[in-house]
Design a protein. Structure first.
Lengths: 114, 114
């Protein structure tokens, strides 16, 4: 149980275009999902907390107009990287809260902007 | 505010040898502690967690960790490692007031050599 999927697993896009990444909780409902960014050989950096039916809460330094988050249902949150640039290339990981202390992580999405 | 320090960025060890990955945290309130493992190009998998109760916590794949409140540590141990344990390991902390938000350490790369 408690499986989280992400789609796509990897994506290559051209600079200036937008990319949408989906995060789904497959066998449980998640009122809260989290989006992380991970650079090579580094730890995870929390970008934002996504709450179903309300606006996401962004961490300091994360541009909310660039990283659009939509948590439209209890099983789906999406992250859209708008007007992507090469510096946005990274590994994006989502997680979903199950219960009061558990977070289950998706397999990640590798974004490369050329 | 919380913080997590993983003292070793890399730990090389021979197969079947014991290993300890160190984790220290700082927090002004009671904490919940987690160890996650990340294999290349994958998301995070929960190894074990400490919420309350016994300070010795056993997890999957033969790993265990001990919560030491006086030393603010949560070191991860395994008595005999396998080649398949080669991965990145992350220590993370949360607390009641953080609302499930995890603060991650910088990660430790465990490299098991034959």
């Amino acid at each position: 149980g408690a499986v989280v999927s992400q789609h796509p697993s990897w994506v290559i896009c051209k600079s200036g275009t937008s990319v949408k990444i989906e995060c789904r909780s497959l066998d449980f409902q998640a009122t809260t999902m989290f989006w992380y960014r991970q650079f090579p050989k580094q730890s995870l950096m929390l970008m934002a907390t996504s709450n179903e039916g309300s606006k996401a809460t962004y961490e300091q330094g994360v541009e909310k107009d660039k990283f659009l988050i939509n948590h439209a249902s209890l099983t789906l949150s999406t992250l859209t990287v708008t007007s992507a640039h090469p510096e946005d290339s990274s590994f994006y990981i989502c997680s979903a809260r199950a219960g009061s202390h558990e977070q289950y992580f998706g397999p990640g999405t590798r974004l490369t902007v050329t | 505010a919380q913080s997590v320090t993983q003292l070793d960025s890399q730990v090389p060890v021979f197969e079947e040898a014991p290993v300890e990955l160190r984790c220290n945290y700082s927090s002004s309130v009671s904490v919940y502690l987690f160890w996650y493992v990340q294999y290349p190009n994958q998301g995070l998998q929960l190894l074990l967690k400490y919420l309350s109760g016994s300070t010795l916590v056993k997890g999957i794949n033969g790993f265990e960790a001990e919560f030491n409140k006086s030393q603010t540590s949560f070191h991860l141990r395994k008595p005999s490692v396998h080649i398949s344990d080669t991965a990145e390991y992350f220590c993370a902390v949360s607390d009641f007031y953080a609302g499930n938000m995890l603060t991650f350490g910088g990660g430790t790369r465990l490299m098991v050599k034959p």
